[in-house]
Design a protein around this ligand. Structure first.
Ligand code: SAH
Length: 301
């Protein structure tokens, strides 16, 4: 994929290249100027490079050194400037590759060497991404930092799976919550409020605690047959989507040997548009939709 950003010249009509994202800076001057000695804390979205923001792409193109996590996709890493330094500091569940305090210090040290430092994170840096802690540490140590949101997994993965997070008359709200066990080894969550039928609940990092999650939601009153989905590596070429119900989700995990990074989505919206896995992630085919409805009508007749 080619992604180009025109710097000054406004795009002439009919000049848009196929397969390229082209923009210009007609509206003011770009604010995404990364200077030596600064850090850009950037969200790279859930994986598909086409979901990067233009601001994120501008920072990516200026990096002298990139310090990145496990959830940053190869497709996005391929956009980093040729010859620039790349440092992987990813973590896998409890196995921390580089501890968080070392990452914080690394960012400060690299910036103080006068480099343009890109801190690239999956999704949004401020949603279960420890971006707030990194920004705090940088500022405390006299390093300025640009911050750039990314599409968070809950939004990108569900949309690419054909699941609207809210839907009028079906889900009036949506909660993003972590299923990661707390330091005391417990998973203490506000189960009562998570069990209300009128909302969608999206669990990040919940695959290992799934039995506890489903058991608690059901025992706090969420119907066992509530539609639910598992989305693994959402928006990426290997995206997998499994639909089921609250009570058979764990079975799906075992059957399909589902591992992180996986998102858990619970709520009536899961089957709102389709009960199928989309043949092209992010593309709803009209004929398949009509077919689904006919099957439904026949079944009800
Ligand atoms: N800052 C990130 C979240 C990091 S927490 C964001 O805003 O998206 C890591 C968890 O996010 C994973 O365990 C998984 O539950 C979820 N996740 C991130 N990217 C994902 C993807 N492409 N597909 C499925 N789940 C993903």
């Amino acid at each position: 994929m080619t992604i180009k950003l025109a710097q000054t010249e406004p795009q002439k009509e009919n000049q848009v290249e196929q397969n390229s994202l082209t923009t210009n800076t007609q509206v003011g001057v770009s604010k995404a100027n990364l200077n030596g000695g600064e850090v850009a804390l950037v969200g790279s979205g859930p994986g598909d490079a086409e979901l990067l923001t233009i601001r994120a792409l501008r920072f990516i193109q200026q990096a002298d050194i990139t310090i990145y996590d496990r959830l940053v996709s190869d497709e996005i890493l391929a956009l980093l400037p040729e010859g620039s330094e790349k440092l992987y500091v990813g973590k896998e569940q409890a196995k921390h590759c580089v501890p968080q305090d070392k990452i914080n210090q690394l960012l400060v040290d690299q910036a103080k060497l006068g480099k343009r430092v890109l801190r690239l994170k999956g999704g949004d840096p401020f949603i279960f991404g420890r971006g707030g802690e990194e920004a705090e540490y940088l500022l405390e140590n006299g390093v300025s930092c640009h911050i750039c949101p990314g599409i968070t997994a809950a939004s990108g993965c569900t949309t690419y799976a054909g699941i609207p997070l809210t839907h009028r008359g079906v889900a009036q709200g949506c909660t993003f919550i972590t299923g990661h066990i707390q330091n005391n080894g417990q998973l203490n969550l506000p189960w009562q409020s998570l069990s209300s039928a009128s909302q969608t609940v999206v669990f990040y990092m919940g695959i290992n605690t799934l039995p506890k999650i489903t058991e608690q939601l059901i025992s706090h009153g969420r119907a066992a047959n509530t539609p639910a989905a598992l989305i693994r590596r959402g928006t990426q070429p290997e995206q997998q989507v499994y639909r089921g119900t609250l009570e058979n989700l764990e079975q799906l995990v075992i059957e399909h040997k589902i591992t992180p990074p996986t998102l858990i989505v619970i709520g009536e919206v899961v089957n709102q548009l389709t009960e199928q896995t989309l043949s092209t992630p992010g593309f709803l085919q009209a004929s398949e939709y009509q077919l689904g409805k006919e099957v439904l009508i026949k079944a009800e007749a």
